[in-house]
Design a protein around this ligand. Structure first.
Ligand SMILES: Cc1ncc(COP(=O)(O)O)c(C=O)c1O
Length: 464
């Protein structure tokens, strides 16, 4: 048995202790998504502190894609950051929340309608490919120069080994000059502010190499007359989901032992998450990401800026940006909505088959994007009637679609006794989980989102 106690903000503890969550779910339905917008402001502040530490202007663009919530987008606006949008819908919602053109960056691959909406609104465009740059130059009929960053990918370094990874986004570093030639061929159209990159994983090394290479490039290009002002280092800053590191380490170890012993079904569908038994010993590495990190939120950002680069005479990268009069921009998503939301689901049934317990909840895998982002943290149990005994059982959790693949927790979890009518609480679901897919398979209703206000001890429905 393993235990992976979730890390919970004290205001969520207050919610669980002082709100009648069962009544709330009875009123608004299951699943129910609950958000705490004030926490977003605090997460933003932790990034601003790092900018202040290096004397750099705080240039944060909240990656809208983590959430669909207008309340959260409005909260980001109130906290005086910009926004990173990747669709017409996100652009419209950014406008609705009051973001101005210079506070909006448009990222990702751009369809014609999205590109045209960006050109019309004159937001800052982060160009994803050479073809996209040509499409912009062909279409831009607006007066005045269009503010643009070039998204760059495929960095490599002589000092640090980076495994080349297939990255479909951005323009290869080696092709930057081709992009510059295109821009130079259409004078007066584009104000090239600088470059951007984004890594989905939390690698410190990759960010340092990319930033060093772009700093060097900026240095060279400025000599050629390019007035570059910005390097945008993207998002990818992680959150901590677990209270203690040891829970994560023990979990991975015990999970492997369970596979080796062969006495346990570790997952409902037989998946072993990247581990295999070869000649009686376990091999492989997990396909799930770590739910505990030593560098949560803005810590990784601080470490990247603090890196003393041998390429630049041991000057820290933050100091170097300051000396060059360059702005560093970030586009965090997940890290800004850390502890901003949770999802509650009502239990319909608990079945025992072949000695295994399966909880069936009122909700489905799309509600937590669980086929792609299965949660490796124990959900909390709220009992409808009698308090549960401390004795734990093993469970899998499935949804209420009449579909075999509808699994919410496919690997074995150990929970206090769960019965029909109880609630399962999935903590920290605001990033990419609670409304990323937002589908209604089987024509089931979409979940509601409500706002938790700890000061008033009240919960309000969100209007959008
Ligand atoms: C270009 C870009 N910026 C920022 C983000 C936000 O990433 P995260 O939520 O991991 O911080 C993403 C996510 O995919 C992205 O593609």
């Amino acid at each position: 048995m393993y235990q992976r106690q979730p890390l919970i903000d004290e205001r969520w503890q207050k919610f669980l202790d002082q709100v009648e969550v069962i009544e709330l779910v009875d009123r608004y339905g299951s699943p129910l998504n609950v958000i705490l917008p004030t926490r977003l402001k605090e997460n933003i502040e932790s990034f601003k502190q790092i900018f202040r530490k290096f004397g750099l202007p705080p240039k944060i663009f909240f990656a809208h894609k983590v959430t669909k919530s207008l309340a959260l987008v409005k909260q980001a606006k109130a906290a005086q950051v910009g926004i990173d949008v990747s669709s017409v819908g996100e652009l419209e919602q950014a406008h609705q929340a009051g973001f101005s053109k210079d506070e909006i960056v448009a990222n990702g691959p751009k369809s014609d309608p999205f590109l045209e909406a960006c050109l019309k609104a004159k937001v800052i465009i982060i160009v994803d490919s050479l073809l996209e740059l040509k499409r912009i130059l062909d279409r831009n009929t607006s007066s005045g120069k269009l503010k643009v960053l070039l998204r760059v990918s495929d960095f490599n370094s002589a000092h640090v080994k980076i495994n080349p990874q297939l990255d479909r986004f951005g323009i290869e570093f080696q092709k930057i000059d081709q992009a510059l030639a295109l821009i130079a061929s259409c004078p007066g159209q584009i104000d090239l502010l600088g470059f951007s990159f984004h890594f989905n994983d939390d690698s410190f090394e990759k960010r340092v190499v990319a930033l060093e290479m772009l700093l060097e490039k900026v240095f060279l290009l400025r000599k050629q007359g390019w007035k570059l002002k910005v390097i945008d280092i993207g998002g990818g800053f992680r959150s901590n989901y677990l209270k203690e590191k040891k829970h994560w380490v023990e979990f991975v170890e015990k999970f492997k032992q369970m596979i080796v012993s062969g006495h346990h079904r570790v997952s409902y569908d037989g998946k072993t998450y990247g581990f295999q038994i070869v000649d009686g010993t376990i091999k492989g590495s997990p396909t799930f990401p770590a739910y505990y990190t030593e560098r949560p939120g803005a810590k990784l950002f601080e470490e990247v800026l603090s890196f003393r680069s041998p390429t630049f005479g041991e000057t820290s990268l933050g100091r170097l940006a300051l000396d060059l009069g360059l702005e560093i921009w970030v586009e965090p998503g997940q890290a800004l909505v850390d502890q901003v939301g949770l999802t509650v689901m009502r239990v319909i049934d608990v079945k025992v088959k072949l000695g295994e317990r399966v909880i069936i909840v009122e909700g489905n895998y799309t509600n937590l994007f669980a086929d792609h982002l299965e949660m490796f943290v124990d959900p909390l149990v709220i009992k409808r009637t009698s308090p549960s005994s401390p004795f734990k059982h093993s469970y899998f959790v499935a949804g209420n679609l009449c579909l075999g693949m509808d699994l919410i927790v496919n690997h074995k979890v150990f929970l206090p006794e769960v019965s029909a009518g109880d609630l399962l609480v999935f903590p920290n679901t605001a990033a990419y989980r609670m409304d990323f897919v937002d589908a209604s398979p089987l024509l089931q209703p979409r979940p509601r989102r409500v706002i938790w206000s700890p000061d008033e001890l009240a919960v309000y429905p969100e209007s959008n």
